[in-house]
Ligand binder design. Structure first.
Ligand code: GYE
Length: 341
């Protein structure tokens, strides 16, 4: 009897509720509502993804030591402007301590991601760890740092060892396998200086008639390149058959020194350098430079693409290499108008 009373009560209640418009659908509504809420919560996770306009980037640049660097800086700045990225840019005037200070200030400002071209390879662990602890990813641009892989998100830049090998091969062609070479090294302890020296030596290792007779740093600048070339000429004079310069700017400085010494650059002293900036094409057209191996400075577009991916937690390769060529005087005139830097 009791059970039938309860059933009767339920039936009556349901009828009343359906009459006042809170019928069968009513109980369903609250049950579905949380689902909607859950969906609504899940949605922002995907629309939470940052866009270029949301991105705040700190960039610790090395300085303005070369034509290459000027083109590189322009690429980083112009692309930020184009994409609407907020860029905090710092020029360290080729000093590691200034780059470290800049990175610390980016951490304090809680930027989304930090880009850095490490002036030298060593000495970055502490500050990169600080960025990691603050949850800010670090992207190495142009130059590598000798740190464990978990301290940076990715490296975007060239294969400097390969550039060195290509320079060795070009020198072999230009010298026809025989000659005494002086070397203008880049910034001491920098990845491109270390690796361009290594690759070149690797290539000439089995060329017994190609010999490096002197090697000194010109710090990647024209002024230093000229100064060191003057010293080489003073010590070795006409014994020098060729110059290998780790960048075009040092080669261009050296060309001046060679001319002032009374020799013909490109003829009396053959010259191979790296970067392939406009100045190198002009020197090739003038017959003063024999080859330039390309190192691409226009890294802006790839950098921000990577930065956005990294910030949004997407997978990126640990090394994203840039594509590069090798150029000789014969093609310089035709290619010069297309050179963007
Ligand atoms: O070759 C040189 C510049 O890191 C690849 O730095 C860069 C080098 C470039 O100053 O010209």
């Amino acid at each position: 009897m009791k059970l039938s009373k309860v059933l009767l009560f339920i039936v009556a209640l349901t009828t009343i509720l359906s009459v006042i418009g809170c019928g069968a659908a009513a109980p369903a509504a609250p049950a579905e509502a949380p689902k909607e809420e859950a969906k609504a919560e899940a949605q922002p996770a995907s629309s939470d993804k940052k866009t270029y306009e949301d991105l705040v980037v700190g960039y610790a640049q090395i300085g303005a030591e070369s034509e290459w660097r000027t083109a590189n800086t322009a690429s980083i700045k112009e692309e930020a402007e184009k994409l609407g990225v907020e860029l905090k840019f710092s020029d360290a005037q080729q000093k590691q301590e200034n780059q470290i200070k800049a990175i610390r200030s980016f951490i304090a400002q809680q930027v989304d991601v930090i880009g850095v071209s490490p002036v030298v390879e060593t000495g970055w662990e502490t500050v990169f760890q600080e960025a990691k602890d603050a949850g800010i990813p670090v992207i190495l641009v142009d130059r590598r740092a000798a740190v464990p892989e978990d301290l940076y998100a990715t490296y975007l830049g060239s294969d400097f060892v390969e550039e060195g090998r290509r320079a060795g091969e070009a020198m072999d062609k230009v010298l026809e396998g025989k000659g005494k070479i002086v070397e203008l090294v880049g910034t001491v302890g920098s990845a491109p200086a270390n690796d361009r020296a290594k690759g070149f030596r690797e290539y000439i290792a089995d060329k017994p008639d190609m010999e490096i007779i002197a090697s000194q740093s010109g710090d990647f600048t024209r002024a230093k390149g000229k100064e060191v070339m003057e010293a080489f000429l003073k010590s070795y004079g006409k014994d020098i058959n060729a110059l290998y310069a780790h960048n075009d700017d040092m080669a261009i400085g050296a060309i001046q020194a060679i001319e002032e010494y009374g020799l013909k650059p490109g003829e009396d002293i053959k010259i191979v350098s790296v970067d392939a900036v406009r100045g190198a094409f002009e020197a090739m057209i003038a017959g003063k430079l024999n080859c330039t191996v390309e190192c691409n400075p226009l890294l802006g577009p790839q950098f921000y693409e990577l930065a956005l991916k990294v910030v949004n937690g997407e997978e990126v390769a640990k090394w994203v290499p840039s594509e590069e060529g090798v150029y000789y005087p014969e093609e310089a005139e035709a290619l010069l108008p297309e050179r963007k830097y």
